[in-house]
Design a protein around this ligand. Structure first.
Ligand code: ZN
Length: 344
Protein backbone atom coordinates (compact mmCIF):
# COMPACT_ATOMS: atom_id res chain seq x y z
CA UNK A 1 0.00 0.00 0.00
CA UNK A 2 1.27 3.51 -0.71
CA UNK A 3 2.23 5.49 2.33
CA UNK A 4 1.32 9.13 2.85
CA UNK A 5 4.12 11.66 3.07
CA UNK A 6 5.38 11.78 6.68
CA UNK A 7 3.86 8.43 7.78
CA UNK A 8 3.30 8.51 11.54
CA UNK A 9 4.44 5.83 13.94
CA UNK A 10 4.97 5.17 17.63
CA UNK A 11 8.28 3.85 18.98
CA UNK A 12 6.86 0.85 20.77
CA UNK A 13 4.94 0.27 23.94
CA UNK A 14 1.45 1.46 24.83
CA UNK A 15 -0.34 1.15 28.18
CA UNK A 16 -2.07 -2.19 28.62
CA UNK A 17 -5.77 -2.41 29.58
CA UNK A 18 -6.22 -2.76 33.36
CA UNK A 19 -7.96 -6.13 32.97
CA UNK A 20 -4.77 -7.48 31.37
CA UNK A 21 -2.02 -6.01 33.55
CA UNK A 22 -1.54 -3.46 36.27
CA UNK A 23 -1.61 -0.04 34.56
CA UNK A 24 1.10 2.64 34.59
CA UNK A 25 3.77 0.17 35.65
CA UNK A 26 6.80 -1.27 33.86
CA UNK A 27 7.24 -5.07 34.23
CA UNK A 28 3.68 -5.13 35.53
CA UNK A 29 2.36 -8.61 36.36
CA UNK A 30 -0.41 -10.15 34.25
CA UNK A 31 -3.91 -10.18 35.71
CA UNK A 32 -4.89 -13.29 33.76
CA UNK A 33 -3.50 -16.80 33.47
CA UNK A 34 -3.30 -19.70 31.03
CA UNK A 35 -5.72 -19.66 28.10
CA UNK A 36 -7.44 -16.52 29.42
CA UNK A 37 -4.08 -14.71 29.31
CA UNK A 38 -3.39 -15.83 25.74
CA UNK A 39 -6.82 -14.64 24.67
CA UNK A 40 -6.53 -11.41 26.68
CA UNK A 41 -3.19 -10.53 25.11
CA UNK A 42 -4.59 -10.93 21.62
CA UNK A 43 -7.69 -8.90 22.54
CA UNK A 44 -5.39 -6.13 23.80
CA UNK A 45 -3.38 -6.29 20.58
CA UNK A 46 -6.62 -5.98 18.60
CA UNK A 47 -7.69 -2.95 20.66
CA UNK A 48 -4.31 -1.22 20.40
CA UNK A 49 -4.29 -1.71 16.62
CA UNK A 50 -7.74 -0.20 16.44
CA UNK A 51 -6.73 2.73 18.66
CA UNK A 52 -3.60 3.52 16.64
CA UNK A 53 -5.63 3.43 13.43
CA UNK A 54 -8.34 5.65 14.94
CA UNK A 55 -5.77 8.16 16.11
CA UNK A 56 -4.23 8.47 12.66
CA UNK A 57 -1.09 6.37 13.12
CA UNK A 58 0.05 5.04 9.73
CA UNK A 59 2.65 2.42 10.71
CA UNK A 60 1.08 0.09 13.27
CA UNK A 61 3.11 -1.34 16.17
CA UNK A 62 2.16 -4.13 18.53
CA UNK A 63 2.29 -1.70 21.45
CA UNK A 64 4.07 -4.49 23.37
CA UNK A 65 0.62 -5.72 24.45
CA UNK A 66 1.73 -9.36 24.45
CA UNK A 67 4.96 -8.93 26.38
CA UNK A 68 5.90 -7.75 29.84
CA UNK A 69 9.13 -5.96 28.95
CA UNK A 70 10.95 -5.07 25.75
CA UNK A 71 14.15 -6.90 26.67
CA UNK A 72 13.29 -9.49 29.31
CA UNK A 73 10.38 -11.16 27.54
CA UNK A 74 12.54 -12.00 24.53
CA UNK A 75 15.34 -13.39 26.71
CA UNK A 76 12.88 -15.49 28.73
CA UNK A 77 12.18 -17.52 25.61
CA UNK A 78 15.83 -18.39 24.93
CA UNK A 79 17.71 -21.32 26.35
CA UNK A 80 21.00 -20.78 28.17
CA UNK A 81 19.64 -18.12 30.54
CA UNK A 82 18.65 -19.10 34.09
CA UNK A 83 15.96 -16.81 35.50
CA UNK A 84 16.17 -18.43 38.95
CA UNK A 85 19.85 -17.60 39.31
CA UNK A 86 19.88 -13.83 39.75
CA UNK A 87 22.59 -11.24 40.29
CA UNK A 88 22.34 -7.52 40.88
CA UNK A 89 24.05 -5.52 38.15
CA UNK A 90 24.10 -1.90 37.06
CA UNK A 91 21.89 -1.29 33.99
CA UNK A 92 23.26 1.18 31.42
CA UNK A 93 25.51 2.61 34.16
CA UNK A 94 22.37 4.10 35.72
CA UNK A 95 20.45 1.88 38.12
CA UNK A 96 20.83 -1.49 39.84
CA UNK A 97 18.54 -4.35 38.94
CA UNK A 98 18.32 -8.03 39.76
CA UNK A 99 18.96 -9.86 36.49
CA UNK A 100 19.09 -13.47 35.27
CA UNK A 101 22.35 -15.32 34.58
CA UNK A 102 23.72 -16.72 31.32
CA UNK A 103 24.68 -20.26 32.34
CA UNK A 104 25.32 -21.99 29.00
CA UNK A 105 25.29 -21.36 25.24
CA UNK A 106 22.31 -19.16 24.30
CA UNK A 107 19.97 -20.29 21.54
CA UNK A 108 16.44 -19.84 20.25
CA UNK A 109 14.69 -23.22 20.29
CA UNK A 110 11.51 -21.83 18.73
CA UNK A 111 10.07 -18.52 17.46
CA UNK A 112 9.24 -16.04 20.23
CA UNK A 113 6.87 -13.38 18.84
CA UNK A 114 5.96 -14.86 15.47
CA UNK A 115 2.42 -16.02 16.34
CA UNK A 116 1.67 -12.60 17.84
CA UNK A 117 3.04 -10.92 14.71
CA UNK A 118 0.83 -13.12 12.50
CA UNK A 119 -2.14 -12.10 14.63
CA UNK A 120 -1.25 -8.41 14.28
CA UNK A 121 -0.84 -8.90 10.51
CA UNK A 122 -4.43 -10.13 10.29
CA UNK A 123 -5.76 -7.03 12.10
CA UNK A 124 -4.66 -4.38 9.62
CA UNK A 125 -3.70 -3.72 6.00
CA UNK A 126 -1.40 -0.89 7.06
CA UNK A 127 2.35 -1.49 7.36
CA UNK A 128 3.30 -3.12 10.66
CA UNK A 129 6.44 -2.68 12.73
CA UNK A 130 7.78 -5.07 15.35
CA UNK A 131 10.45 -4.17 17.91
CA UNK A 132 13.15 -6.47 19.24
CA UNK A 133 15.87 -5.58 21.73
CA UNK A 134 19.29 -4.87 20.22
CA UNK A 135 22.23 -7.16 21.06
CA UNK A 136 24.09 -4.59 23.19
CA UNK A 137 21.01 -3.71 25.21
CA UNK A 138 20.33 -7.43 25.79
CA UNK A 139 23.76 -8.16 27.26
CA UNK A 140 23.40 -5.16 29.54
CA UNK A 141 20.42 -6.72 31.32
CA UNK A 142 22.11 -10.03 32.17
CA UNK A 143 24.87 -11.46 34.29
CA UNK A 144 27.15 -13.56 32.06
CA UNK A 145 28.65 -16.58 33.78
CA UNK A 146 29.33 -18.52 30.57
CA UNK A 147 30.93 -16.52 27.73
CA UNK A 148 32.56 -14.04 30.12
CA UNK A 149 32.82 -11.62 27.20
CA UNK A 150 30.26 -8.94 26.40
CA UNK A 151 31.31 -8.97 22.76
CA UNK A 152 30.99 -12.75 22.36
CA UNK A 153 27.56 -12.77 24.03
CA UNK A 154 26.42 -9.88 21.81
CA UNK A 155 27.39 -11.84 18.68
CA UNK A 156 25.47 -14.89 19.91
CA UNK A 157 22.40 -12.74 20.55
CA UNK A 158 22.79 -11.12 17.11
CA UNK A 159 22.51 -14.59 15.54
CA UNK A 160 19.42 -15.39 17.59
CA UNK A 161 17.84 -12.01 16.77
CA UNK A 162 18.47 -12.54 13.07
CA UNK A 163 16.59 -15.87 13.22
CA UNK A 164 13.64 -14.20 14.94
CA UNK A 165 13.71 -11.20 12.58
CA UNK A 166 13.59 -13.47 9.52
CA UNK A 167 10.59 -15.32 10.94
CA UNK A 168 8.85 -12.00 11.72
CA UNK A 169 9.50 -10.88 8.15
CA UNK A 170 7.96 -14.12 6.85
CA UNK A 171 4.95 -13.44 9.09
CA UNK A 172 4.38 -10.19 7.18
CA UNK A 173 6.16 -7.61 9.35
CA UNK A 174 7.22 -4.63 7.20
CA UNK A 175 9.65 -2.96 9.59
CA UNK A 176 11.85 -4.71 12.16
CA UNK A 177 13.06 -2.31 14.84
CA UNK A 178 15.95 -2.98 17.18
CA UNK A 179 15.91 -1.03 20.46
CA UNK A 180 19.47 -0.03 21.37
CA UNK A 181 19.40 2.57 24.16
CA UNK A 182 22.83 1.16 25.11
CA UNK A 183 24.23 3.05 22.07
CA UNK A 184 23.76 6.26 24.07
CA UNK A 185 25.97 4.97 26.89
CA UNK A 186 28.74 2.55 25.87
CA UNK A 187 30.45 4.43 23.06
CA UNK A 188 33.72 2.48 22.85
CA UNK A 189 32.00 -0.91 22.72
CA UNK A 190 29.51 0.43 20.21
CA UNK A 191 32.34 1.49 17.92
CA UNK A 192 34.35 -1.70 18.42
CA UNK A 193 31.58 -4.23 17.85
CA UNK A 194 28.12 -2.85 18.83
CA UNK A 195 27.12 -1.53 15.41
CA UNK A 196 28.61 -4.61 13.72
CA UNK A 197 26.54 -6.88 15.99
CA UNK A 198 23.42 -4.88 15.15
CA UNK A 199 24.11 -5.26 11.43
CA UNK A 200 24.52 -8.98 11.99
CA UNK A 201 21.06 -9.06 13.62
CA UNK A 202 19.61 -7.22 10.60
CA UNK A 203 21.52 -9.18 7.96
CA UNK A 204 19.71 -10.43 4.85
CA UNK A 205 16.31 -8.97 5.72
CA UNK A 206 14.03 -7.67 2.97
CA UNK A 207 11.90 -5.91 5.57
CA UNK A 208 13.03 -2.40 6.44
CA UNK A 209 15.23 -2.26 9.51
CA UNK A 210 15.23 0.41 12.19
CA UNK A 211 17.35 1.18 15.23
CA UNK A 212 15.81 3.08 18.15
CA UNK A 213 18.20 4.97 20.41
CA UNK A 214 16.76 7.04 23.22
CA UNK A 215 17.23 8.44 26.69
CA UNK A 216 14.76 5.95 28.15
CA UNK A 217 11.27 5.80 29.56
CA UNK A 218 10.12 8.65 31.78
CA UNK A 219 11.10 6.80 34.97
CA UNK A 220 13.00 8.40 37.84
CA UNK A 221 16.41 6.75 37.21
CA UNK A 222 16.36 7.99 33.61
CA UNK A 223 15.09 11.46 34.50
CA UNK A 224 17.84 11.80 37.15
CA UNK A 225 20.47 10.69 34.62
CA UNK A 226 19.24 13.26 32.10
CA UNK A 227 19.89 16.07 34.58
CA UNK A 228 23.59 15.10 34.51
CA UNK A 229 23.92 15.36 30.74
CA UNK A 230 24.26 19.13 30.53
CA UNK A 231 22.47 21.63 28.36
CA UNK A 232 23.30 19.95 25.04
CA UNK A 233 22.86 16.21 24.61
CA UNK A 234 25.40 15.23 21.97
CA UNK A 235 25.41 11.45 22.56
CA UNK A 236 24.00 10.81 19.07
CA UNK A 237 27.13 12.35 17.63
CA UNK A 238 28.90 9.10 18.56
CA UNK A 239 26.46 6.67 16.92
CA UNK A 240 25.03 8.58 13.95
CA UNK A 241 28.14 8.63 11.69
CA UNK A 242 28.47 4.85 12.16
CA UNK A 243 24.77 4.28 11.52
CA UNK A 244 24.85 6.49 8.44
CA UNK A 245 27.38 4.04 6.95
CA UNK A 246 25.53 0.97 8.27
CA UNK A 247 23.02 -1.31 6.54
CA UNK A 248 20.15 -0.12 8.77
CA UNK A 249 17.38 1.78 6.93
CA UNK A 250 15.78 3.87 9.68
CA UNK A 251 17.13 5.66 12.77
CA UNK A 252 14.66 6.45 15.57
CA UNK A 253 15.69 9.28 17.85
CA UNK A 254 14.45 11.32 20.79
CA UNK A 255 13.86 14.99 20.08
CA UNK A 256 10.91 17.01 21.46
CA UNK A 257 11.60 18.45 24.97
CA UNK A 258 15.07 16.90 24.97
CA UNK A 259 18.35 18.76 24.76
CA UNK A 260 19.36 16.99 21.55
CA UNK A 261 20.60 19.60 19.05
CA UNK A 262 18.48 19.15 15.91
CA UNK A 263 21.40 19.62 13.54
CA UNK A 264 22.78 16.21 14.61
CA UNK A 265 20.13 14.73 12.30
CA UNK A 266 22.30 15.89 9.41
CA UNK A 267 24.77 13.14 10.43
CA UNK A 268 22.32 10.46 9.24
CA UNK A 269 21.35 12.19 5.97
CA UNK A 270 20.24 9.51 3.52
CA UNK A 271 18.64 7.31 6.18
CA UNK A 272 14.99 7.50 7.12
CA UNK A 273 14.51 9.45 10.35
CA UNK A 274 11.92 8.39 12.91
CA UNK A 275 11.69 11.64 14.80
CA UNK A 276 10.47 11.88 18.39
CA UNK A 277 7.96 14.72 18.31
CA UNK A 278 6.09 13.50 21.41
CA UNK A 279 7.62 13.58 24.91
CA UNK A 280 7.16 10.39 26.93
CA UNK A 281 8.59 11.77 30.17
CA UNK A 282 5.80 14.31 30.61
CA UNK A 283 2.02 13.85 30.70
CA UNK A 284 1.30 17.25 29.17
CA UNK A 285 -0.30 16.69 25.79
CA UNK A 286 1.54 18.42 22.96
CA UNK A 287 -0.51 20.75 20.81
CA UNK A 288 -0.66 19.96 17.07
CA UNK A 289 1.18 23.26 16.47
CA UNK A 290 4.03 22.17 18.78
CA UNK A 291 4.34 18.89 16.89
CA UNK A 292 4.31 20.77 13.59
CA UNK A 293 7.04 23.14 14.82
CA UNK A 294 9.28 20.19 15.75
CA UNK A 295 8.73 18.58 12.33
CA UNK A 296 9.41 21.83 10.47
CA UNK A 297 12.73 22.19 12.32
CA UNK A 298 13.68 18.60 11.54
CA UNK A 299 12.96 19.18 7.85
CA UNK A 300 15.98 21.48 7.78
CA UNK A 301 18.13 18.39 8.32
CA UNK A 302 16.07 15.52 6.90
CA UNK A 303 14.38 15.04 3.53
CA UNK A 304 10.57 15.12 3.62
CA UNK A 305 10.31 11.72 1.94
CA UNK A 306 12.46 10.23 4.71
CA UNK A 307 10.78 11.70 7.78
CA UNK A 308 8.60 9.51 10.03
CA UNK A 309 6.95 11.54 12.83
CA UNK A 310 6.99 9.47 16.01
CA UNK A 311 7.23 9.44 19.81
CA UNK A 312 10.47 9.79 21.79
CA UNK A 313 10.14 6.30 23.29
CA UNK A 314 7.47 3.90 24.52
CA UNK A 315 4.31 5.13 26.28
CA UNK A 316 3.68 2.13 28.59
CA UNK A 317 4.01 4.14 31.84
CA UNK A 318 1.21 6.58 30.85
CA UNK A 319 -2.49 6.37 31.60
CA UNK A 320 -4.34 5.19 28.48
CA UNK A 321 -6.11 8.48 27.85
CA UNK A 322 -2.75 10.30 27.87
CA UNK A 323 -1.22 7.96 25.29
CA UNK A 324 -4.35 8.25 23.12
CA UNK A 325 -4.30 12.05 23.26
CA UNK A 326 -0.59 12.08 22.43
CA UNK A 327 -1.18 9.90 19.36
CA UNK A 328 -3.93 12.30 18.23
CA UNK A 329 -1.58 15.27 18.70
CA UNK A 330 1.08 13.49 16.66
CA UNK A 331 -1.20 12.91 13.71
CA UNK A 332 -2.83 16.35 13.90
CA UNK A 333 0.58 18.06 13.94
CA UNK A 334 1.77 15.89 11.06
CA UNK A 335 -1.35 16.80 9.06
CA UNK A 336 -0.47 20.50 9.36
CA UNK A 337 3.02 19.95 7.92
CA UNK A 338 1.75 17.58 5.20
CA UNK A 339 -0.62 20.30 4.09
CA UNK A 340 2.18 22.88 4.04
CA UNK A 341 4.42 20.55 2.01
CA UNK A 342 1.64 19.87 -0.50
CA UNK A 343 1.29 23.61 -1.08
CA UNK A 344 5.04 23.70 -1.77
ZN1 ZN B 1 13.27 4.24 23.92
Amino acid sequence: MTQPLLPTSIVGSLPKPSWLAQPETLWSPWNLQGDALAEGRHDALRISTHEQTNRGIDIISDGEQTRQHFVTTFIEHLSGVDFEKRKTVRIRDRYDASVPTVVSAVSREKPVFVDDAKFLRRQTDQPIKWALPGPMTMIDTLYDDHYKSREKLAWEFATVLNQEAKDLEAAGVDIIQFDEPAFNVFFEEMKDWGVAALERAAKGLRAETAVHICYGYGIKANNDWKTTLGSEWRQYEESFPLLQRSSLDIVSLECHNSHVPMDLIELIRGKKVMLGAIDVANETIETPEEVAATLRKALNFADADKLIPSTNCGMAPFARDVSLAKMSALSAGTAIVREELSRG
